[in-house]
Design a binder for this molecule. Structure first.
Ligand SMILES: [Zn+2]
Length: 450
């Protein structure tokens, strides 16, 4: 693997001190960040054999930033996006997405995941955690082939519902499938990991929550779940169990630092304190929340010191797999909700998209900030674009102003996955054709009408 030396860059480290190096260098060797600092301290001779990437060629220096970390995204739903716009939740699930998901082949899942990953790379994401996948081995292979980092999981429901039979797993089978997935992938490839999945509280049992919690604790494995997402879920758990979603999961012993709780919209102040106490990892999904869930109390979570990370969630309810867009929304929507233009400021948004994502995945010692010794998961932004002109406050420009067209280069574990906006590991022309062809075939096969 080539070693690289980035020079004349503005480096946003996202370290604990929020250090920004105005005119800096960053050396990458063996997939890790070897050194970084001001250009004035660079000993060129030491890096003579490294490939130099000069970030000082434009009017404004290019910006080095840790790659974005998406902690909740449904990569195998990508071929179904646009299939369920402007419909109610029942039509969304029963008539569109469940028929779509239950019709996926392994190859479809691979292409869908690759489409998601291609868009993630083009908008600066270097790691993701699957939200509830179909055919998780296919997702893992897409991760390996594309060069990104991914945590895969299997969409799991052990309470029968109105969804297709093929999506139901009896509790023992749900345990076996989830545990064997973790055992199949954990430690097998440097960029792949696996976690457990509990799709939602409508369709997962107390037994499964308890079993997963025990396994998660004993094996230090993450649990991905949708919690306190919809008002209908809040009404359902009250009616069936006499508890709110959060209190229900608490009563099952399901709250822990390894719980990746997606949405977390319908949470009162007392529950919020419980979330803080257990160090539950809250996942904010701005576009999807605007569409289906509502306003999560993100400002309150941040004030309480809860770790909030971000993701693009589901392609058929977002429909963009683009963290630059999610940051923009996260920076705006809470200001409207609280009628307070100071709520959830740009710096907090950038932390949610980077280092907080690493913390959520338990990988903050390895990635999520630019520090010597960490894995070289980073992006280069080119702000010499109309959309980023002028740049007054750098971080404000990135969050409120820049779009993904400013993402120039993406590196994961020291390997370049995009350079000059050209993907290096994915044939984009092939992918567009193959994804379109398969998406249309799935719709026909599943008999979806829209
Ligand atoms: Zn989701």
């Amino acid at each position: 693997m080539k070693n690289h030396l980035f020079t004349n860059a503005t480096i946003i480290t996202m370290d604990d001190d929020g250090r920004i190096i105005e005119d800096g260098y960053l050396a990458v060797a063996g997939g890790r960040i070897e050194a970084l600092g001001p250009m004035a301290t660079l000993d060129y001779a030491r890096y003579a054999a490294y490939e130099q990437i000069d970030c000082g060629t434009g009017y404004k220096r290019r910006v080095l930033l840790p790659g974005f970390i998406q902690t909740h995204t449904h990569t195998t739903q990508a071929l179904g996006r646009g299939l369920a716009d402007d419909v109610n939740l029942r039509v969304w699930t029963h008539e569109r997405i469940w028929p779509y998901e239950s019709s996926l082949t392994e190859e479809d899942a691979y292409v869908s995941a690759t489409l998601s990953i291609a868009e993630m790379i083009r908008s600066g994401t270097t790691s993701f955690c699957e939200a509830s996948g179909q055919k998780p081995d296919a997702i893992a292979h897409a991760v390996i082939d594309t060069g990104i980092k991914g945590v895969v999981c299997l969409s799991t429901m052990d309470i029968p519902g109105e969804f297709p039979d093929s999506m139901y797993l009896p509790t023992p089978k749900a345990m076996e499938e989830n545990f064997s997935l973790v055992e199949r992938w954990r430690g097998k490839h440097e960029r792949v990991d696996a976690c457990l999945n509990l799709l939602n509280l409508f369709n997962t049992s107390e037994t499964l929550w308890k079993e997963f919690f025990t396994y998660s604790e004993q094996n230090d494995v993450l649990v991905q779940a949708h919690v306190a997402e919809a008002l209908t879920e809040w009404e359902y758990t009250q009616a069936v169990y006499g508890k709110t979603p959060l209190r229900l999961v608490d009563s099952w012993g399901g709250l822990s630092p390894r719980l990746l709780a997606a949405h977390m919209v319908h949470v009162d102040d007392e529950e919020l304190e419980t979330v803080r106490r257990y160090d539950v990892k809250v996942q904010h999904l701005p576009a999807a929340d605007l569409r289906i869930a509502g306003f999560a109390p993100i400002a309150k979570y941040l004030d309480a010191g809860v770790n909030v990370s971000m993701g693009t969630n589901s392609p058929p309810c977002n429909n963009r797999m683009n963290m630059m867009d999610e940051m923009w929304l996260a920076g705006l929507m809470h200001k409207a909700y609280h009628n307070d233009p100071t709520a959830v400021p740009a710096r907090a948004v950038l932390r949610m998209a980077t280092i907080n994502g690493a913390r959520a995945l338990g990988r903050e010692k390895q990635t999520g900030s630019l520090q010597a010794g960490k894995q070289a998961d980073l992006i280069v932004l080119n702000l010499n674009k109309l959309v980023a002109t002028p740049t007054h406050d750098l971080i404000s420009t990135i969050v409120y102003q820049a779009t993904s067209e400013t993402v120039d280069t993406v590196m994961v574990n020291g390997k370049i996955l995009m350079r000059g906006r050209e993907l290096t590991t994915i044939n984009e022309g092939w992918l567009v054709q193959e994804a379109e062809r398969r998406a249309q075939a799935i719709v026909k096969r599943a008999g979806i009408r829209y």
